[in-house]
Structure formats: C-alpha cells, structure tokens
Design a protein around this ligand. Sequence first.
Ligand code: ATP
Length: 566
Amino acid sequence: MIVHRRLLQLSGAVKAPLAACVGLGLAVSAAYVGQALLLAGALAALARGDHDTTVTLLVWAFVVIAGRAVLLWARETVTVWAGAHIRARLRDRLVERLELLGPAHLTEARTGSVQTTVVDGVEGLDAYFSRYLPQVVVTICVPVALVGWLFSVNAAAATVLAAAVAGVLVIPRLWDATLLRRGRTRWKAFADLAADYLEAMQGVATLRAFGAVGRLGGRLAGRAHELYTTTMRQLKVSLIETGVSALLVQAGTAAAVLAAVSATSPSAWSVFVVLMITVECFRPVRQLSEYWHAGYLGITAVDGLEDLLSAEPVVSDTGTRTALPDRPEIVFDRVTFTYPGASVEAVRDVTFTIAAGESVALIGPSGAGKSTIAALLQRHYDPGSGNITINGSPLADFTLSTLRAGIAVVAQDTYLFHGTIADNLRLARPDASDADLEQAARDADAHAFITDLPDGYATVLSERGATLSGGQRQRIAIARALLADAPVLLLDEATSHVDVRGEQALARLKRGRTCLLIAHRLSTVRDADRIVVLEHGQVAETGDHDALHAAGGSYHRLLALQETHA
Ligand code: ATP
C-alpha cells in the first residue's frame, strides 16, 4: 500500500470523482457484508432445522446479490468516468506547466522522457487514482468496522482477527521503500528507452547516412535489457510481498475460525458469522493487491511528474499589459545574457534599435548569438543585465501570452502539425473564417499550390508537414503569420527556401510591421533598413548595406567570404 505525498496532493484536484469511487467502493463492501450476514443466518437456521427462515434469508441474500451487481456496474462506470476525468485534468496541468516552462526546459530535459511522463505516466496514474487510492480507503475502513463489530459477537475471534488484519496491513509495508525505489529505477529505465527510441526515429535519416543504425540498435537492445532486469528485480520483491500477504490472509482466517470454535459452547450462528466476516475482512485487502499492479506504473512515474511540476520557469509571468502597441519600437539596451549552466556569455552588451515599422537584419557567423537575441525578444529567457523595451516599456510589463501573440515567427524549420492545412493556418487565429484563410494564403502566394492538393485546404498533412516542400512549408508559415496579424515579426532564416514569389509574399508580410530578420545569407539582407553585425556575442557594426560595404569592416569581410564560397 503506497500512498505518495505528491500524488495525494495531486488528488486534491480530482476530489469529486475520487469521493464517488470511494463511496461506491464502500457500498459494494456493505453489500458483501450484508450477503455474508444473511448467509450466516441462513446456515444457522438450517442447522437448527428452521426451513422457513432459511428460505426467507436466502431470498434476501439473492436480493442483496442482485443489488450488488448493480452497485458493481455503477462502480465500474464511475471508475472509468473518473479515470478519464483524472487523465484529462492531469494532462491539462502538465501541458500548462510545459507551456509555462517553455522551450528552455526542453533543451535540458529529453523530449522522449517528458513525453513518457505525460502519456504513459498519466495513463498509469489513472488506475492509481481511480482504482488504487479509493481501495486504500475501503481497505482501512471496512476491516476496522467489521473487527470492531465482531467484538460484540465473539471477543476471542475478534482479537485474533484484529491481529491478523493488522499484520496484513502493516507487515508488507516493510517492503514499500524497496518497492518504490526499484519502481523508480525501473521507470527511469523505461523513460530512457522511450527517449532513445524517439531520438532514433527522428534521426533515422542521419543514422542511415552514417551507417550507424546497427550501432544504435545495439544500444537500444542494451537499454531494453536494462529495463528487463530492473522489471524482474521489481517483480521479485512484489511477488514476495504478495505471497506474504496471501499467507497472512489464510492463516488469519483459519486462526479466527479456530478461536470462534474453541469458545465455550459457541452458537452455530456465531461460528458462521466469524467465518463469513473474516472472509469479508480480507476481501478489500485482496482486491487492493490486484489494484496495486494497475496503479504501480503511476506511482513509479512520480519522479517524472515531480520534475515537471516543480521545475521553475526561467521567466516569470507577472506583467499586466494585455496589448502590444500598434507601432512598436524595440530597443535592446546593453543586453548581456549567459545560458543557465554555461560559462561564457552568449551575448554581451548588445545595443540596437528597431524603429516602428523598420526592418532590421541580424547577421554574423555561426554561434555569434543571433538565435539568442530572438529567444530574448520572445522572453524564452530574461537578460542577465541590460533591458529590452517596446516603446519604452520593459518586455516583462506585458503578459507572456500578449508578448508571444504580438510576435509572429516565421522560422527556418516551420513546424506543421498532423492535421489539415486549414487547422495549421488557424493555429494563428482560431476564429479565422474560410475567406480569411484564403486571403492570407493568396497574400503568401500559397493559395495556388494548396488548391492543387487533392483536398485543398482540407488536405491532411503528415507529421511536420513532411509531404510538402521546404518552400511550400515556408509559404504556409508566412500565411500563418499574416493571419496572426502581429505588430512584430521575427523572421528566422525565413528566406532560405523562398523564391522570387515567396520574397514578394514576405515583403507584403513585412509591410507596416516592426521586423527582426535573422539571416545567414547576406544576399537576403540587402533590403533591410539596417543591418546589425554580431561577432562573438557583441555588436561589431551597424548600418545599411551600402554604408557597411563601404566601411570595409566585418560585414565587408563576411561578404567577401561568402562570395568566395559561392
Ligand atoms: P547559428 O547561426 O549557428 O544558429 P547563432 O548566431 O544563432 O548561431 P546562438 O544559437 O545564439 O548563435 O548561440 C550563441 C552562443 O550560445 C553559442 O556559443 C552557443 O554555443 C551558445 N548556446 C546556444 N544555445 C545554448 C543553450 N541552450 N545552452 C547553452 N549555450 C547555448
């Protein structure tokens, strides 16, 4: 019987369904006890030859059995309903939490492990909450009540039974700590294996290209073996516990009946009652060990849950402003930032301004800090020192959802979800009408290729939009950004897949918006109002193409370098 503190706290969120499960569990037990008492009475009546009473009591016993069948059905229905409710509540909480933690958390945790917690862990917790926990309450209440009552029938038998019940409830607790520890080791092995599989599947093209599929297969087999050994070790302890419990149940039943029989001149009724009630005392205990296996997965997942629920978001959401200005001017003022755990600053003393409606391009060699600036603008992290302001207000003045809704991102690797094209577009604005979708797609130059697809806007995309070309994905991303109609635009390498028509679509998107463009290819930044050149996390130069070209500095060198490699 393992009741985990953290899981108990979580159960507070699903009090009503749990109470319903406990109530029905107690009602089912009451029906069993009622049946037991009626049968004891019937047997006693039979022993003294009172056939009429026997028949009457047996008829009542059948009525109780029928009633119990209804109660069992109701309990199962409520359990399934409660389970679904609990799963939904827990997943909502975890997903909310993941959103709060943001991408910063997923760069530290392995996606596969997090996924295992949210999917398998929650699945296991459903059984823990809807079956195991209510049964724990029934297992404590029913035997205590029955033993207490039995003292009025036969004190000796009640004493023996009390000792046996206490033994059954307490002795297996000696194994709890070991069970929980091994269970957690097993869960970790399970989560690691899941994370490895996910990575292997996502990276299969790379693995094939390097002929590393066999090597990875070996590593996965090793992980699977680890999971097998930890499972077997866990099972060993679990089986010992089950065996000891079963032994105590049998011995307790025999000893209680023996005590009842050896009382001075016992009545037939009291012996039958002791026998029947002893069985009912142990019934919840036996059922608890059945549910233990169902709920066990959830208990072992508690570490993953704990990690997620107790992880601190790297940025706080304490802002109150709920709208970004229409014409935002963004200022980076001496911004310095070091990634958590890193020893060197990713950006240092970065100062530049993007005036309202202006387009500023950020360039620089790999690792110069361009993506870091983009992450800081979206407040995935807060700078260590310096300020980022929008029309003079620090980013933290805005609620996180306002800030993120106000910045439309067209990224290098556009993420398209499994679903229709229309669903993917509506991600930016769920209430957009079909006409809005079409207008945005036309402006992004995506309408023509979408209508050429078998089901047009209702075409279901595969995961990550793998059935579309890079350029097509990019144009859907542009349409999405147009629909979002955000005042700030963040183009991350957006032009890498875009042809001339795509560039026209991008120009339409930029119009009137304050735009930060992160680029590698210098050819795509010539039109920017200003170019900020980053080097080793610092601003090396600022100016437009002509000025920087003429200055003969970093930009000029980068330009020359690119031309040599072109
Ligand atoms: P690229 O053009 O190759 O994408 P970039 O200019 O966007 O490079 P950043 O990704 O901003 O460069 O990285 C700036 C520095 O911060 C690099 O030294 C990088 O190693 C480091 N860095 C980036 N992400 C993290 C992270 N999550 N944790 C620690 N260091 C990081």
